[in-house]
Design a protein around this ligand. Structure first.
Ligand SMILES: *Cc1c(COP(=O)(O)O)cnc(C)c1O
Length: 384
């Protein structure tokens, strides 16, 4: 990208001048064009392997004529349906333009710039750090344990009387590691009194036993817990942008107060309602992901990869060759996986669980590339 330097007269915020934007997975279009491919398989952004639910598609078509209307502020119809589906008080619920919007809003409601801090795991979803920095909050990064489990003691040692938020992702991205609801609730009990725990559950529905991982059922007993969920993964609505948060009513009220009134558009709201009703599509998605995750993990292990146990719709693995080279060679064959350089994990790759045919094509390509590479290594050893 070309850098256009702003004329020095303008008072651009220093945090913006030095800001590095989010680095997303590569898009199908980019790869098709760069490598002149007709067929590309994208396993880079943890999107739904089955696409969008047919009921959602019908609902969007049906609602198309009303797009000239503004949505209702606060999306009351969607909030009502969510409250019913989750069994939570609607006063605790807020819908957002993806859970990304809610992360941003939370960090603008609580925490005084230059005074408070946010405790994050390193590596973790980069949006937490980016929005915290934009809000002028001090960011404290606590390294994950070497097996990618959560370092509870180190997290506690980094919190103090100025901590506004602690962010955790469960199951975690990019590792897929998951921790129990009981452990999370115990941690929440030990938070300093002014701190909130934000638990990002973007991947909770792909866990073997989501109920044992999510403290959702205990929301009424806690006063410092925020759960974030999204329609981007299990519900297949990544492109429409819809997420929601479950939080103490006082916080929901403040977030609602500062939120731009129509950030959740009218089609996203209707699609969300249709997606909630389509239990068939959801169970098919879950079944596909759980079956294929097991299969893919075992095949990758057979191919010499070190695969991390995952409760999410992706697998993180260390390939038996240079990860960057493998990423590039896969792209040449029309398969997009996620390099993890932006997470500081350049020896690892993350692959989203696709449909069986996509996963087989990925495994086939990987097998060929690894075989080629070990032949090359053997050749260069022979030739000294
Ligand atoms: C995918 C993902 C989300 C979802 O974000 P949306 O803005 O709802 O699309 C949130 N958190 C994490 C960790 C994710 O990986």
């Amino acid at each position: 990208m070309q850098h256009a330097t702003p004329p020095s007269a303008y008072p651009v915020r220093p945090v913006v001048t030095t800001f590095a934007p989010y680095s997303p997975g590569l898009s199908l279009q980019e790869i098709r064009k760069a490598y002149q491919l007709s067929h590309v398989i994208k396993l880079a952004s943890n999107e739904n392997p089955l696409g969008a639910s047919p009921l959602v598609q019908q609902s969007i078509a049906r609602e198309a004529p009303v797009v000239f209307r503004y949505p209702r502020s606060g999306n009351p119809e969607l909030i009502h349906e969510l409250a019913k589906a989750l069994g939570v008080d609607p006063a605790r619920l807020i819908a957002g333009n993806g859970s990304d919007e809610l992360i941003d809003l939370l960090l603008r409601v609580v925490g005084l710039p230059g005074e408070n801090n946010v405790v994050l795991l390193e590596p973790s979803f980069s949006i937490y750090r980016m929005q915290a920095e934009l809000s002028g909050l001090d960011v404290r990064r606590v390294p994950l344990n070497s097996d990618f489990s959560f370092p509870w003691r180190a997290l506690e040692q980094n919190m103090d009387e100025r901590t506004a938020f602690v962010f955790l992702t469960n199951p975690d991205n990019p590792s897929g590691h998951a921790t129990s609801a009981r452990r999370i609730l115990r941690f929440a009990e030990n938070l300093p009194e002014q701190a909130l725990l934000v638990l990002d559950e973007a991947y909770i529905d792909f866990a073997e036993d989501p109920d044992s991982l999510s403290p959702l059922k205990h929301m009424e007993e806690t006063d410092n817990l925020v759960l974030l969920r999204t329609f981007s993964k299990l519900y297949g609505l990544a492109g429409l942008r819809l997420g929601y948060g479950i939080m103490p009513p006082w916080l929901a009220e403040l977030v609602q107060r500062i939120k731009l009134p129509f950030s959740v558009n009218i089609l996203a709201e209707k699609a969300g309602i249709a997606a909630l009703r389509d239990t068939v599509f959801r169970s098919m998605t879950r079944e596909t992901v759980l079956d294929q995750r097991r299969e893919l993990a075992s095949r990758l292990t057979d191919l010499g990869c070190c695969v991390y146990p995952s409760q999410a719709n992706f697998l993180m693995f260390q390939p038996p060759m240079d990860a960057q080279t493998l990423h590039r060679r896969l792209l040449e064959k029309g398969i997009i996986v996620r390099p993890l350089n932006s997470y500081g994990l350049s020896e690892y790759l993350r692959v989203s669980i696709g449909r069986e045919d996509e996963n087989l094509a990925f495994l086939d390509a990987l097998q060929r590339i690894v075989a080629d590479e070990s032949e090359k290594t053997a050749d260069s050893a022979r030739n000294g």
